[in-house]
Design a protein around this ligand. Structure first.
Ligand code: SAM
Length: 256
């Protein structure tokens, strides 16, 4: 076997082993504050994506997760819901990781400013260098550097099912604070909608081994009621694939 092929095969089996163990739909950080301790290394993932001739986002969807088009289908739903029609000029994303949603968001709209809060330094640096976004100092649950009511679209994908209840809740208050009146908040959480007995059985038997913090559930009503008190009403929701089951994407609008 050639050295390059050998490297690919080692990486593939390592990734497979990781995914097999966790059922993760994830790019994990070495310093993830949510308690997930494994990670898919930046360098090796980038190399593997290049070798496959794919963008890193498409590589994660197609090769690592085996769900080609999954990211695009969420973006398509959001477009149908009019999220990009509003022409967001300022976007903030929590936990963009490889940037698979970020890249596609930039194709849908052309914001003047795109801020990221990402705890994994190598991925944050890559996103700054590649997409000219602004990496804000990330404490793990606050958006302090971002002023009140300054962002048109605040989003997080596949993040709040990897962090603790408190971490997610603290971000929720912050997301509502930084969103401008009339702006949108989009994120997914593993709600009771995603947790029928068959899904719980699948997670219990096939997922999460060695990763007690993933997948973390969050009651739908908790989100809807909390955001309502913060002036944000639920506009729409839909299911998206996550690991061996699903997650629920919630779309809120902040009162104008
Ligand atoms: C499961 S990955 C999802 C990445 C990306 N959104 C995607 O769907 O491909 C979770 C991401 O959130 C980041 N992260 C974890 N805890 C975080 C926190 N407290 N604040 C900001 N980012 C965090 C991780 O480093 C990782 O990039």
């Amino acid at each position: 076997m050639k050295a390059a092929d050998e490297q690919k095969s080692v990486l593939k089996s390592g990734v497979k082993r990781l995914l097999g163990r966790t059922g993760f739909d994830i790019v994990r950080s070495a310093n993830n504050l949510g308690g997930v301790d494994d990670f898919i290394p930046f360098e090796a993932t980038m190399k593997a994506a290049r070798a496959a001739g794919l963008s890193v986002g498409d590589y994660i969807d197609e090769v690592m997760n085996g769900t080609p088009g999954a990211t695009q289908s969420t973006i398509d739903e959001l477009r149908t819901l009019g999220v990009y029609q509003a022409k967001p000029d300022t976007v903030l994303e929590i936990g963009p990781g490889s940037g698979r949603y970020l890249e596609k968001t930039l194709k849908e709209c052309a914001p003047q400013r795109y801020e990221i809060y990402e705890t994994a330094a190598p991925w944050a640096t890559y996103l700054v260098d590649t997409f000219d976004v602004i990496a804000q100092p990330t404490s793990g649950s606050s958006l302090t550097p971002t002023p009140d009511a300054s962002i048109d679209l605040v989003q997080a994908h596949k993040v709040f099912n990897t962090v603790t209840f408190l971490g997610a809740s603290r971000y929720f208050f912050e997301m509502a604070r930084v969103t401008r009146p009339g702006g949108r908040i989009v994120f997914d959480v593993m709600t009771e909608t995603c947790l029928d007995p068959a899904a719980v059985h699948a997670w219990a038997t096939e997922g999460g081994s060695g990763h007690d913090s993933y997948p973390a559930a969050m009651p739908r009503r908790t989100c809807v009621d909390l955001f309502a008190t913060l002036g944000c009403s639920l506009e729409a929701s839909f299911l998206a694939p996550m690991g061996i089951a699903s997650t629920e994407v919630l779309v809120f609008a902040k009162a104008a």
